[in-house]
Ligand binder design. Structure first.
Ligand SMILES: [Zn+2]
Length: 113
C-alpha cells in the first residue's frame, strides 16, 4: 500500500519542519492532492493515523483538498479538466490529451503549537 509510505514521508517532513521552526506539536495538516495522484483517500487517512502515532503529529487532523486534473487537448488546443487519467476530452471526445496538472501531492499548510 503506497499510501503508507506517503504518510511516512509526510511525517518525516513534519519532523524536519518542527526542528527548523521549533514547534512541538502538529494540530492540523492540509494536503493538496491531485485527482491523478493515485491516492486512495481512506487509505491515506488510515495510514496517517498509524504512522503518526508516537510522533509530534499524533492526533493531528488531516485535511485533504482535492485538486482537479488538467490536461491539454491536442484537438481543441486548449486546457480541459479531466476526472481520471485516460479520460477522453470532455469537449471533443478525443484521447489526445496531455496531462498538465493533477499528479501532485503536497503539504499546503500546517497548524502547529
Ligand atoms: Zn478536445
Amino acid at each position: 500500500m503506497h499510501e503508507m509510505s506517503l504518510c511516512e514521508g509526510i511525517v518525516q517532513v513534519l519532523q524536519q519542519e518542527a526542528e527548523r521552526q521549533s514547534f512541538h506539536k502538529v494540530n492540523r495538516v492540509r494536503l493538496e492532492i491531485g485527482a491523478l495522484a493515485g491516492v486512495e483517500l481512506s487509505a491515506l487517512r488510515f495510514g496517517f493515523d498509524v504512522v503518526s502515532r508516537g510522533t509530534l503529529a499524533e492526533g493531528a487532523a488531516l485535511e485533504i483538498i482535492e485538486q482537479p486534473a488538467t490536461a491539454w487537448c491536442l484537438m481543441c488546443m486548449r486546457p480541459v479538466t479531466i476526472q481520471q487519467r485516460y479520460d477522453p476530452c470532455p469537449e471533443c471526445g478525443a484521447y489526445q490529451l496531455q496531462v498538465t496538472e493533477g499528479e501532485e501531492l503536497k503539504i499546503k499548510d500546517l497548524e502547529v503549537e
